[in-house]
Design a protein around this ligand. Structure first.
Ligand code: SF4
Length: 374
């Protein structure tokens, strides 16, 4: 297949759904680990095409959703300083911190908060505003880390001293291990995130598959990709096979993008990271190496990472670990909506609560058919 429409073709999708049903003999629970996949599953009604034995659960694959309340509070505090221009991806602006304030409120009250589409834009803003401190709120999984690393590398090469990073980057494999090691784990197979593996490859996932005896299929984001990924995963489960397979071969190779990986490891090293609603996971975050510590906003503004008591009404932690679905949150659709979000998964374009609100609530309210594949 060459064109994106072909990956949304109803006939091909239905063939995969039939093939999955034909090989399924017992219940299986599969987790997708990417917010983009979650949105496709809910938008296209993929879970409703599957036999009742297959349960899909949504993992912690939305970087905006897992950014800790403490880091959101720090971004708000830094953005409120008169000498600072805070640069961020748009999704972060409406994520509430511990006092229900967000970056959009800071912007509305005069703070200089700017939406950027690439970390390199923030370097340009620093060059254009030498009298200001420009801080990039660096959020994202392995997919976005290379461009952040390039931004810091460029800033160092160009001698730009008014640029720094508030680093919130997170890594997928430690989160998968945390879920699998939990006594509450019910995941029997994983769909790994295709775009993350485009950068990292899937070498590292082999050890996870073997250690936890679990099939992993690197999967894309279109409906046919996801159904093919589920088919490959169910086939492994039904035959007792445990390996890492690559459904998304048009983008992912075994070793990934070596140049990007080298740049990332020259600039960053792993560190413990607090995940919103989940807690601290060892080696699941990145921090700047000592050679780049001058670009660390935590040092520049003397900010300390502190654990913060999170709001109990938001069950995002349980949702991000696949223990609950968004509609099981008492606040879903009433106190918490995209217009008035109480938690990050209702804000982000990759958040599970936003996906359920946007696609499923409407479907269930007006009785539209569940399957929207063209
Ligand atoms: S519906 Fe809102 S309050 Fe409930 S888990 Fe989702 S984001 Fe949190």
């Amino acid at each position: 297949m060459k064109f994106v429409d072909e990956y949304r073709n109803a006939e091909i999708a239905n063939k995969y759904a039939t093939a999955i049903a034909s090989i399924t003999t017992r219940p299986w629970t599969i987790m997708e680990i990417c917010g983009g996949q979650t949105h496709s599953i809910v938008k296209y009604g993929i879970d409703r095409l599957l036999p009742p034995e297959i349960t899909l659960i949504h993992g912690p694959g939305c970087p905006v959703c897992v950014t800790s309340v403490d880091l959101i509070d720090k971004a708000i505090a830094v953005a409120s300083r008169p000498e600072v221009i805070l640069c961020s991806f748009g999704d972060m602006l409406r994520v509430p911190g511990s006092k229900s304030q967000d970056l959009l409120t800071v912007k509305a009250t005069g703070g200089d908060v700017r939406i950027v589409y690439s970390p390199l834009d923030a370097v340009k803003i620093a060059q254009q505003n030498p009298e200001h401190q420009v801080v990039l709120f660096a959020v994202g999984f392995e997919t976005t880390v290379p461009t952040t690393a390039m931004a810091v590398y460029q800033a160092k090469q160009l001698g730009i001293s008014n640029f720094s990073l508030l680093v919130a980057h997170v890594l997928v494999p430690p989160a998968m291990k945390m879920i699998l090691a939990s006594p509450n784990n019910c995941v029997q197979g994983f769909l790994a995130a295709g775009h993350v593996c485009t950068v990292t490859g899937y070498e590292e996932y082999q050890a996870i598959a073997l250690q936890y005896n679990i099939p992993i299929v690197v999967t894309g984001f279109e409906p046919v990709d996801i159904l093919q990924g589920i088919y490959m995963c169910v086939k492994q489960l039904e035959t007792g096979t445990v390996e890492v397979e690559n459904q998304y071969a048009r983008s992912v190779s075994f070793v990934g993008n070596r140049a990007a990986q080298q740049l990332v490891s020259a600039v960053f090293e792993t560190a413990p990271r607090q995940w919103r609603g989940i807690g601290t996971i060892d080696d699941s975050g990145l921090k700047l190496r000592a050679e780049y510590s001058e670009f660390d906003a935590l040092n520049r503004f003397r900010l300390e990472i502190k654990p913060i008591q999170e709001a109990t009404y938001c069950i995002s932690g349980a949702i991000l670990q696949g223990m609950k679905k968004p509609h099981q949150c008492p606040a879903f659709g009433n106190k918490c909506t995209p217009e008035h979000p109480l938690g990050a998964p209702m804000v982000s374009s990759e958040g599970a609560c936003a996906a359920y609100y946007r696609y499923r609530q409407l479907v269930e309210t007006v009785g539209e058919p569940p399957v929207h594949i063209q």
